[in-house]
Design a protein around this ligand. Sequence first.
Ligand SMILES: [Ca+2]
Ligand SMILES: [Ca+2]
Ligand SMILES: [Ca+2]
Ligand SMILES: [Ca+2]
Length: 557
Amino acid sequence: MRRFMSVLAGAGLLSSLIVGPTAAAPLEPEAPAPRINGTVAAGQVDIQLVISGLSQPIGAVNAGDGSNRLFVVQQGGTVRVVQNNRLVSGNFLDIRSVFGGLTTGSERGLLGLAFHPNFESNRKLFAYFTNGGGDLVIAEFTANSAGTSASVSTYDPLLVVEHSAQGNHNGGQLLFGPDGYLYIFTGDGGGTGDPGENGQDPNELLGKVLRIAPNLNGSYTTPSNPFGGPVWDIGMRNPWRASFDRATDQLWIADVGQGNYEEINREAAASGGRNYGWDCREGKHWYETSGCDTSAPWPYTDPIAEYTHAGGNCSVTGGYVYRGSLQPDLIGQYILGDYCSGRLWTISANGSSLLLHRDTSALITSFGEAENGEIYMTDHGGRLYRVVGPPFSDIASSAFYNDILWIYRQGITGGCGGGKFCPNASVTREQMASFLARALDLPAATRDFFADDNASPHEADINRVAQAGITGGCDTNRYCPRSDVTREQMASFLVRALELPGTTTNYFDDDNSSIHENQINALARSGITGGCDTRRYCPTADVTRGQMAAFLHRGFD
Ligand SMILES: [Ca+2]
Ligand SMILES: [Ca+2]
Ligand SMILES: [Ca+2]
Ligand SMILES: [Ca+2]
């Protein structure tokens, strides 16, 4: 309550008095203007639950076939389909009985999936898993002609990498690059401190980024690679998740660190041949010096960003650079998280600093990019989330930021148009009707209540609110749709909408002659308002859209 009072007495109310009434704007969202790069501030990126009830999801990929399906990879060996935010029944792929077996649990299992860029015509897809002996397998599968499922019987192994000694550091990312080749990200073979010294050995396939050209018949050829054979980059420890920026072709590789540093590497387009340092370097620091080149300039490429294990971090989960269109502020932001702490960060596509947004309770196993560029996140606990940024471009500095976000996510507002919310504009009575009709999910009205709102885009909502008994209009047969809502009128609207109980307590002195004094007291008693100052409610002041968001959040959450 104290916080709320100070907020109302602060910028919000003052600016509403300065700004004054503005032309009523429609609440329907408009298509946001295209942007090359957006901007986000700390705390502005969040997650929204899409699906629960999954089984240990560790990845989410699209098929690039125009179907807008998201394929959720489950560690136990199955792939589910999410379409229109709903889980399609049955498995798309089930490799639990794959030839050679499947080892699951801890860091093993079905770890990665990639659809061929021409999946729509050739129905080819590739999976990365640990077989019955613990070895890494990259295998080809073929879906049915409709592309609705793929049988385990179509299994055709491309590459098997010996990995029986240790259960950890299997890597697991598969990606088709902008060059059409298949990129494979392998771990160092496991244990502590790369005991096999695989990361720095260009002749070993462990601890690498590999690049091959599948022939689509169960075999592959190797294009010319910087380290010979299939080796594109060396010096990886456990590059669990990596992605290409679809706008710039930059390759982002998040490499899981040993005990101290988690790192994020960014590789310029089409420029392999990097030595990412492990196990000489962990993050931007020396790890092991024996057998390492420690005299400058050393041959290792340090990450562009790193973070420590402070506060419960333990394992970086790389994500994607947002290139969708629905969330303009997120464009050009690389999204990542940590498996243990559940923290969610962004790094701007050309930047190198981590911006913390949320400390979630999710066990973040992966991010996924849908065909439309929206970014999803998998939680090992069985949930799929969508990563969401600030919906409006003009609310970052609003004192009501969280309230506006809340009413947006409840579907109560679509903003004032043009990707904006107009937090300092006054609320009109017609807008108020839409806010309340949506907050209460009121049914359509069976008749027309007022004559002066017939041209209002909010007429249907005005009738809904009238039918629910929340308004009797401003006069006989009139609603005054374009008039601004005063704070005393708003009290009346909210008390009826929320059916708040009355009170005999007199909270404020400046409303004693208001016809809405009883409702103002009821609103204060419920904790929805603390007034505009000590013992004052400012009953005749206009309500801004930002303040309205706060009132609705308080009242309906
Ligand atoms: Ca070593
Ligand atoms: Ca490194
Ligand atoms: Ca009417
Ligand atoms: Ca009073």
